[in-house]
Every structure is written in structure tokens, then in C-alpha cells.
Design a protein around this ligand. Structure first.
Ligand code: SF4
Length: 214
């Protein structure tokens, strides 16, 4: 059982309700999508093949129980469920960043899913698996990355249509340097969708936005 791993690093969580928490990131190689705003294109191809034991050895020295599985698309790794189960057995707190285009069906319920709903300007919204919405649990999170005002309006309509706020936490995130966060905040305030927060990727504020491994 092997995994294609692009990078493993220790930083603070830059997004989600775990924002700011010291976290180990395991970034997997490969993603079938090609979002227009993708900031991890380097993870499409590069990486090394590791076993579960080798991954556990690499993260052993980091002093946190929080682990974020990210990518690329972590759920495209054939044996990812086995790795998630093993990390949960070790009492790790797992969050999984996923594109929304891969089924979340067999993910253990103790792991938090942070699932994108791809907005129109990503050019990938047609590939969303809507069946995932019914599998979300209340501790999970859905994220709308917006880079235009039309994206925000579309996302708000989507939240209302699927009553997402009853199913999971909702995150709205502007593409930094493209969409003015103030525009996003004003639209969210004027729409009053429950269970919703605006976030900014704080690792891109703390470090240069192009810095890898943070
Ligand atoms: S799903 Fe994520 S990794 Fe894949 S192309 Fe989109 S932004 Fe990039």
C-alpha cells in the first residue's frame, strides 16, 4: 500500500474552523480537476511514493495532534481510507481538504471533511458530486472560493437551494489579490445565511503568498 506524497510540513492551519492551530500537512500528489485559481499546481505531478509507516515516521517529530490531508486531491489516493483509519487509531485529529468531485462516502466519521463547492469561475462546478451533500455531517465544512461577485451570488443561492447551513459549517473565501474581501463580507452580511463565516487564507498574509511548505 503506497501513497504519492508531494510534501509533508508543519505550519499553522491557514483555513477552516481549525484556523491558526499548529498542524501537520500531508499534501498528496495529483488532482483530476484544473481550477482556474489553483495555487498548488506543483502538486499535480511531483512527489515521492511512501508507505503508511514511512508517513508516520516522517510526522513523528512534529508536536501536534492535528493533521490536514490535502493536495492535489487526497481522496484520489487509492488507499487513503486505510491511512485515515491508522491516523485516527493514533488519536490524531484529522481534517481532509477535498474538491467536492470525489465521493466522501467511506470516510470515517471521526475525520472532519472540508469540501469545496466549486464556483462558476473555477470552471469546475459542473464536476461537483451533488450526492456528497447528503453525506455531510454537522462537524464538516463546505467552502466556496470566490473570485468574482457572480461567484458570491451563485454560492449564496447554492447555500439556500440545498439548505447547506443545516448540514455543515459554511466557509466563504476570497481569492486574495483578485476579489476584494470587503465585497465578499458586505454580501454575506446582507444575506444573513446561518452557520456561515468569511475566512482569509492567513498563511498567505503571514508569508509571501507564493511560499511553499507553510
Ligand atoms: S481541486 Fe484543488 S488541487 Fe485540484 S485543481 Fe482545484 S484547487 Fe487545485
Amino acid at each position: 500500500m503506497r501513497f504519492q506524497v508531494n510534501e509533508i510540513f508543519y505550519s499553522i492551519q491557514g483555513e477552516s474552523t481549525y484556523i491558526g492551530i499548529p498542524t501537520i500537512f500531508i499534501r498528496f500528489t495529483g488532482c483530476s480537476l484544473r481550477c482556474s485559481y489553483c495555487d498548488t499546481q506543483y502538486a499535480f505531478f511531483e512527489g515521492e511514493s511512501l508507505t503508511i509507516d514511512e508517513i508516520i515516521e516522517k510526522i513523528a517529530s512534529f508536536k501536534t495532534d492535528y493533521i490536514c490531508l490535502t493536495g492535489g486531491e487526497p481522496l484520489e489516493q487509492k488507499d487513503i481510507i486505510s491511512l485515515i483509519k491508522k491516523l485516527l487509531e493514533l488519536n490524531k485529529v484529522i481534517s481532509i481538504e477535498t474538491s467536492g468531485a470525489v465521493s466522501i462516502k467511506n470516510i470515517p466519521s471521526k475525520a472532519k471533511i472540508v469540501m469545496d463547492i466549486k464556483t462558476p469561475s473555477s470552471n469546475m462546478s459542473e464536476l461537483m458530486l451533488l450526492s456528497n451533500i447528503e453525506m455531510l455531517k454537522s462537524s464538516d465544512e463546505v467552502k466556496f472560493v470566490c473570485q468574482t461577485e457572480a461567484d458570491i451570488d451563485w454560492s449564496i443561492d447554492f447555500c439556500k437551494k440545498y439548505e447547506l447551513y443545516k448540514k455543515a459549517h459554511i466557509l466563504f473565501s476570497p481569492v486574495l489579490g483578485v476579489l476584494n474581501p470587503q465585497v465578499l463580507v458586505e454580501k454575506i452580511l446582507s444575506n444573513s445565511i446561518p452557520n456561515t463565516r468569511v475566512q482569509i487564507q492567513i498563511h498567505k498574509v503571514i508569508w509571501n503568498p507564493d511560499t511553499k511548505g507553510v
